[in-house]
Design a protein around this ligand. Structure first.
Ligand SMILES: [Zn+2]
Length: 118
């Protein structure tokens, strides 16, 4: 069967490893909890050095906006055990995330035009 041969594959997107946590989760809208559960992010707000996150299962918390934080590393490495059943992350979002790659020297820094490039 010809259809079976053409497996649909999402285009890979590349982000830099140096992207800060806020920009990363503002883009990806996923949150890996310490318990290894991947949550969907309902809202995210930058407050100085901290980021306020609200998940779809209505948990709100503050984290430091660091690219070296646990969550940033876990997101880049795709470390999570399961997906939160309450957040109901759509499949397309998970597929998009799994097609996302993180590179040191290649990919988007997720900068706005107003920000100065290095
Ligand atoms: Zn959740």
């Amino acid at each position: 069967m010809e259809e079976n041969d053409k497996k649909k594959e999402l285009p890979k997107r590349y982000y830099r490893k140096r992207v800060g946590l806020f920009k990363l989760i503002d883009k990806i809208k996923l949150w890996p909890s310490r318990q290894g559960i991947l949550h969907g992010i309902k809202s995210i707000e930058l407050m100085g050095e901290q980021v306020r996150i609200t998940t779809h299962c209505d948990k709100t918390f503050m984290v430091n906006n660091s690219r070296n934080s646990r969550a940033a590393r876990w997101l880049r490495n795709k470390w999570f055990g399961k997906v939160c059943p309450v957040c109901k992350i759509p499949d397309w979002k998970l597929e998009k995330y799994s097609a996302t790659r993180f590179r040191r020297h290649y990919g988007s820094m997720l900068l706005n035009e107003t920000q100065i490039k290095e």
